[in-house]
Design a protein around this ligand. Structure first.
Ligand SMILES: Cc1ncc(COP(=O)(O)O)c(C=O)c1O
Length: 279
């Protein structure tokens, strides 16, 4: 997006999804044309927007003439109740460009997705797609169409949901066991990752550099901010490894976090100088 000259601003999310007060403020300040959001099983936090927030977001967008790009790439990966309906399902005002893809549910290398735009934008999007790559490869599209026509995706999804649920639960159990009580994390009802808030004084990139030396990788939270990155968060992805490997990885990471907390508590606090007003 930046290569295309976009000026990108972040909007904070809480446990119910994007914060509408912060969004309204950003709209007043920056007059944005487009909002990109992952309302269901958000990457990196794992949070799903509540129904109330979704309705609120749609009315804010309609009121301000803001287009929303809804990336629903994780929707089918729900481990509790069924995922909430997409924003697009309530898009009476025609402000949502809906996107999804088979990358997360079937095969990352497939790179076949789909877009459901408001009708008025369809021709422009088709033209942009032609400029970007002429068209997606027909061979993989045919293979996917054949797979879908056989109805095999339902069974596949049942299988991966059970597998990923077990891995998510293994990660949560290991976090409870090995991380200090001053850390906290989200418990996502779907998707592929969760978001950990580290104890005070633990820096995510410092932790990362030491963790990879011990064979454990994660994504430092800084990677997920357009502006004002937090250095106290990390994203842990749970889909790739078996429960026993996840437990070992979190144990290693937890030991490192404990070490960092201990190191931080030994560093003397900076001496507090009295504030001297300039005027
Ligand atoms: C949130 C999100 N949306 C979209 C995509 C892109 O999907 P595709 O592989 O179909 O290009 C990715 C990564 O693959 C992703 O993480």
């Amino acid at each position: 997006m930046q290569l295309h000259g976009a000026d990108i601003r972040g909007v904070p999310v809480d446990e119910q999804g994007i914060r509408l007060d912060a969004l309204e403020e950003a709209i007043q300040l920056y007059r944005p044309r487009l909002l990109y959001t992952v309302p269901t099983f958000h990457n990196p936090t794992g949070v799903s927007m509540t129904a109330q927030r979704r309705n609120g977001l749609l009315s804010v967008a309609e009121r301000h003439g803001l287009l929303i790009v809804e990336d629903d790439i994780y929707g089918p990966l729900s481990y509790e109740a069924k995922a909430p309906p997409p924003l697009k399902a309530g898009d009476a005002g025609g402000v949502v460009i809906y996107l999804t893809s088979f990358s997360k549910v079937l095969m990352p290398g497939l790179r076949i997705g789909l877009v459901v735009p408001p009708p008025a934008l369809l021709d422009a999007l088709v033209a942009e797609k032609r400029v970007a790559d002429l068209h997606s490869p027909q061979l993989t599209q045919r293979a996917l169409a054949d797979y879908l026509a056989r109805g095999q995706i339902a069974a596949h999804l049942r299988g991966v949901r059970a597998l990923y649920r077990e891995r998510r639960d293994a990660m949560i159990a290991a976090l409870k066991r090995y991380f200090p009580p001053s850390a906290c994390w989200t418990v996502p009802a779907g998707g592929l990752c969760l978001w950990v808030e580290l104890p005070t004084g633990v820096h995510s990139t410092d932790l990362y550099l030491e963790a990879i030396e011990r064979g454990v990788a994660f994504t430092p939270g800084e990677a997920f901010y357009a502006d004002h990155p937090s250095t106290r968060h990390i994203r842990l992805a749970f889909a790739r490894h078996e429960p026993a490997t996840i437990a070992r990885g979190v144990e290693t990471l937890g030991a490192l976090v404990h070490e960092h907390v201990a190191r931080h508590s030994r560093v003397p606090a900076p001496s507090v100088r009295p504030l001297v007003p300039v005027v």
